[in-house]
Ligand binder design. Structure first.
Ligand SMILES: [Fe+2]
Ligand SMILES: [Fe+2]
Length: 282
């Protein structure tokens, strides 16, 4: 029985600053990079999961796949709202978004379904140790940030924790070859990594009022070294054959977020500071 829940919120990022957390400019930029890449990445996953439907013969896997796809589609819509708010201020960023979409469209056209499911399974497995580190250190990373985006990212990362087993479950059911997936892992990571690099260059070209220093350095420089080391180790382990996302250490915040959501709290303003809306956008 799948425990995934599709939650929809009315996000609004009008006028959000590019550096939405002045205390963490490089982390702010990384989250902006995530927005510009993940919209197309999640749509790519959705497309592959729909295409896999006819090859899923188990009812439980089919339900998990459907809910997983629905969660990812909702995430892409939320990040699109963030991207639109930035494009409104920096119109050149529309072409940046289009370039990433084109890269994923080309990837989809040039490889078989097995490749796409392996891509999704391999990268989604990385997310649990990576987002756990972010959620465990949310006070440092989000505390001084615009509460609208901080809260959206916390919700998204919690749902990534929630559906941490889904993509591998679909891959294992449809193909199940560890070696096929692992043989291509470097390629998946290179593809996604190159898009993150491309987006930095696009930001430099289209966001003229931000000093180039914000693109330099480690986004997690303020996070305790032990946490970043644990996360890096978890990412390496996530690609081992016996890795099971269901048995990974989870951030305590996942349960806390669920409790707040279940209690009916406004999870669109859970963390960070009041919205940083410039006067002209009010
Ligand atoms: Fe997602
Ligand atoms: Fe995901």
């Amino acid at each position: 029985m799948s425990n995934l829940e599709v939650r929809k919120f009315d996000w609004d990022f009008e006028g959000i600053p590019f550096v939405w957390n002045p205390e963490q400019p490089r982390f702010s930029v990384l989250m902006n990079q995530i927005t510009f890449v993940i919209i197309s990445f999640e749509r790519y996953i959705c497309k592959a999961t729909v295409a896999a439907r006819s090859r899923i013969t188990d009812e439980e896997v089919a339900t998990e796949a459907r809910l997983f796809r629905e969660q990812e589609a909702v995430h892409a819509v939320a990040h699109m709202k963030h991207a639109r708010a930035l494009i409104e201020q920096y119109p050149g960023l529309q072409s940046s978004l289009d370039k990433v979409r084109q890269a994923y469209d080309e990837l989809y056209e040039s490889h078989p379904l097995e490749y796409h499911l392996a891509y999704a399974g391999g990268l989604e497995a990385i997310f649990t140790p990576f987002f756990k580190m972010i959620l465990d250190n949310r006070g440092i990373l989000f505390g001084g940030g615009d509460s609208r985006l901080a809260s959206m990212l916390l919700w998204h990362f919690c749902e990534e924790i929630e559906h941490r087993s889904s993509a591998l479950m679909v891959y294992d059911h449809v193909l199940g070859s560890y070696w096929y997936r692992i043989r291509n892992t470097r390629r998946f990571q290179k593809h996604a990594g190159s898009l993150f690099d491309l987006i930095i260059d696009e930001f430099k070209a289209h966001v003229p009022d931000v000093p180039h220093e914000v693109y330099e350095g480690n986004p997690f420089a303020s996070v305790p070294r032990a946490a970043t080391r644990r996360s890096a180790l978890g990412i390496l382990r996530s690609q081992l054959p016996w890795h099971d996302p269901a048995r990974q250490p989870l951030p305590d915040y996942y349960e806390e977020w669920l409790d707040r959501w279940t209690a009916g709290d406004d999870v669109t303003r859970l963390h960070g500071r009041l919205p940083m809306i410039p006067a002209e956008a009010r």
